[in-house]
Design a protein around this ligand. Sequence first.
Ligand code: M6R
Length: 609
Amino acid sequence: MCGIVGYMGSQEASQVIMNGLKMLEYRGYDSAGICTMDLGDVEIRRSSGKLVNLERLLNEQPLHGTIGIGHTRWATHGKPSVANAHPHKGGAVVVVHNGIIENYLALKEELTSRGHTFLSETDSEVVSHLIDENLKTATSLEEAVRRALKDLQGAYALCILSQMDDKTLIAAKSGSPMVVGIKGDEYFVASDMPAIISNTREMVIMEDGEMAVFRNGGVKFSTLGGEEIIKTPRYIDWSPLMAEKNGYPNFMLKEIHEQPRSIKNVIAGRLHVDEGDVFFEGLELDDSALRAFERLCLVACGTSWHAALAGKYMIEEYCRIPVDVEIASEFRYRDPMVSKKTLVIPISQSGETADTLAALREAKSRGAHIVSICNVVDSSIARESDGVIYTHAGLEIGVASTKAFTTQLVALYMLAIRLGRANGIIDLGKGQEMIAALGRLPALVEKTLELDPQIEEVACEYLTCWDAIYLGRGISYPIALEGALKLKEISYIHADGYPAGEMKHGPIALIDREMPVFILAPNDKHLVKVRSNMEEVITRGGRVVAFCSEGDLETGKRAEFALQIPWGGEALSTVLFAVALQLLAYNFAILKGKDVDQPRNLAKSVTVE
Ligand code: M6R
């Protein structure tokens, strides 16, 4: 989510790092900073806003030295500000961090009791203090880092300096990307290749659980446990643009493939396995406050509205609380019925959608309590809410929402657990079971992504169609709507989603040999009925593609194609079916030669009503 650059060599480090950070700025970060070491002194410059602000600061107050680390931040914990910008300094230690430290609150408490003073709201600052604390008894910076890393839970890519050792730069990785570039005795470290590809194409890709120690013109790679590893650099022949997309041909595909990681992020630090419960740092409502709400109102636009619809199924089923789902652009114009007893939940990736923001303000003016589900930290919707549940999907650049949607589904599922535990409808055992299902989800998403070749075949077969219908029942209905929207927005094929049972009330008249019917048939309580709906289509000569659950070889027998989607439980299978439908729309659009990242007439963030 954030960008990291480190350097050790013979050039002015601040210049090399600034050039690297500029290559990452297309992602639109909110603050940046650099630290260099010169003759044992560490000096830091940080600024909020665009990189140009940091550049201006460096012109006024230059940094010298040939070792340094830098960072561009995309806020996750703590609003965008100078205080929250990296690098963070704790005692003698300076770090830049990408990822989420799940146990930072517990570590912060412990370190505060040992006399450490924290200056930011970030999870990252805790790493610098923790290493500094270990430095008191360790024989080297390397040893202090190793000891500290043992105590970290969560994901990280870190670059570390210490004023106690002005000849050493350390990089470590677990769960967040990190590459090392080598050019003679110059070393470059980065979270993303574009940051350093203009300096060298000889790169070492670091794996989880590895550490690199740069000292005296050399580098030593080892496991976090201290076992040395030999890593051979490979030549990267990607163009700078390919490197920005991590080798993917466009951002949409990159973001589709990032979903296992973004799902890990939305879950990170929030699951209380023993209590079968979920903790949201930004919810700020205890059990009795949650129980006091008579109903929930989810309000959103587009893909986020589809997530809201799925959320209704989850919350009503698991918590037995009535949920209304509102299209934000309609909500404020019809004298909405919300009051102090309504928990209003705006859902938005960008946090800037004008209609959703207007709906939030309308609900607030009527006394409703607002807890938003947002991806962009400190966005307008997040700021104006009484509480926020961040989805931590990372920056989404492709206009078609993918990882933002699936993390919204996961956030809603976790909210259902929280509400159900608060009102006692979900007991300990059920809560634990639901949490265990969450833990399995990232691997199942990986498995779903492997279906891409089969999905491409389906897109090839129906490439000339003008229309498509997506059918689903129960919680699969919103996923059918989302599948249809994805196809429309990036391939320009007209598509509609329907509850499968509605077909016979009108849309069945459309069935012919031209229009594919994509039927979502997970192995849930609706399966028997969905099979009947499928028969209704086939009997009328319709062309059916069945998205079934893994192991169900029966349902798709009479379909032209049957895909086997991994089973993640009734509610979480929505995520897996959504991933398959993203790939379907993507393949249609690519085969038709469309620009999937910037489809015509669309904008990523719709800030006009
Ligand atoms: O940023 P938001 O989630 O508030 O955006 C809402 C819609 O504009 C957005 O989901 C839109 O429908 C996407 N293009 C869908 O891919």
